[in-house]
Ligand binder design. Structure first.
Ligand SMILES: *Cc1c(COP(=O)(O)O)cnc(C)c1O
Length: 372
């Protein structure tokens, strides 16, 4: 047996993104016990940092020891009980996964669908809520990674609130890349992940619950069906500075060092500076792609700077271009999903991947690969 030594790649797909060396280095520090007072201090720091990046005062703000998909599941299993009516706004893969979560819980699903490549239409949500005034929860994806579209979460949550609903927002790809304001936009549950715009390895997620959401969890008729993702059990584990913490599971200690460093770096840069950097680097990429005769799928005003859906020319085999980019340039770009499979590339500019030198590499690699 020989040691595994992965080839260093430039990651410009839909995630994971390039991990910053500072974050990788932080994860190689000595492992300590998960109930060690020093680790408790780290947990307290992480919760504070998370409130700053989510722009929230929520007490119930914590990391989960599992990837973004677990945060999605946690949002739904905690807020939704069997029989609860839930409106899911879906305009891509991740919206459909939300719908599947509602079905499996036994919630009453009302699906508000928009075409892939377009944002959620606020008027459709309003109509659905007029038709279903007994709706308890409304959910939506902020940054739809399968299509590269940003939806207007602020407007959608405003509508949901005017009908007295709780709101769930998936910002796994949004956080750090585009503006997200949990409190100001009236989001009850928001979640994200480490591997997109936070530039840390995959495996950890971040979630926050408003007071109203926490009240809903406390007043449930039935216990949360998932023991591992039950908010009240998790808070007992993540809470209690001063020795009150109780064993729930063993936190992935070194991964939490990485999360702490990633959040510290985002706060050092500043949220707005990070949003602006993503916008700036996205423009550079767009100019380079236009120069190669390539174009976007999504209309300019709805494009996510951090995830670019690019039309593959008709005569070109998209998979062979990605294969050559990986083999000859150690560059990973993403393929299309669902209706876009085989027709597009997904070029990520997330977190540490949102850099000028990545754009240069991507454009020169595509130029050479497309030339044949
Ligand atoms: C990546 C992603 C997820 C899932 O995160 P994992 O870490 O892959 O489990 C959920 N929602 C969106 C919008 C994503 O982009």
């Amino acid at each position: 047996m020989v040691a595994f030594s992965p080839t260093p790649r430039t990651l410009m797909g839909p995630g994971p993104s390039d991990v910053h060396p500072r974050i990788l280095a932080s994860m190689s520090k000595p492992t300590i016990g998960h109930l060690d007072p020093e680790f408790s201090r780290l947990m307290e720091d992480i919760k504070k940092q998370m409130r700053s990046v989510f722009l929230t005062e929520n007490t119930y703000t914590l990391p989960l020891s599992a990837p973004g998909s677990a945060a999605m599941e946690s949002a739904f299993v905690n807020l939704v009980e069997p029989g609860d009516k839930v409106v899911v706004c879906a305009n891509g893969v991740f919206g459909m996964r939300m719908a599947e979560n509602v079905r499996r819980i036994g919630g009453e699903l009302v699906l508000v669908e928009d075409p892939w490549g377009e944002p959620v239409d606020p008027e459709k949500l309003r109509e659905a809520l007029k038709e279903h005034p007994d709706t308890k929860v409304v959910s939506m994806v902020h940054a739809e990674t399968s299509t590269g579209v940003r939806s207007d979460v602020k407007e959608l949550c405003k509508i949901a609130k005017s009908f007295g609903c709780l709101t769930i927002v998936d910002s796994v790809t949004g956080l750090g890349g585009v503006e997200l304001q949990v409190d100001a936009w009236h989001i009850d549950v928001a979640y994200s992940g480490t591997q997109k715009c936070l530039s840390a390895p995959p495996g950890i997620s971040l979630i926050t619950f408003s007071e109203a959401a926490a009240e809903k969890v406390k007043s449930r008729n039935q216990p949360v069906q998932s023991w591992f993702l039950d908010l009240s059990l998790l808070m007992a584990y993540w809470d209690g500075d001063g020795g009150g913490r109780t064993y729930h599971h063993t936190a992935p200690v070194n991964a939490m060092y990485g999360l702490h460093e990633a959040l510290a770096m985002l706060l050092e840069e500043g949220l707005e500076s990070s949003w602006n950097r993503h916008a700036r680097v996205h423009k550079e990429l767009a100019n380079g792609l236009f120069g190669l005769g390539l174009d976007f799928v999504v209309a300019e005003e709805h494009r996510l700077p951090q995830l670019n859906l690019i039309k593959c020319p008709d005569e070109t085999d998209e998979a062979s271009i990605r294969k050559r980019a990986l083999e000859d340039f150690n560059l990973e770009i993403g393929s299309g999903l669902g209706v876009f499979a085989g027709r597009v590339w997904r070029i990520g500019l997330m977190g540490y991947s949102a850099r000028k030198e990545n754009v240069s590499l991507c454009i020169s690699a595509l130029k050479e690969c497309l030339a044949g």
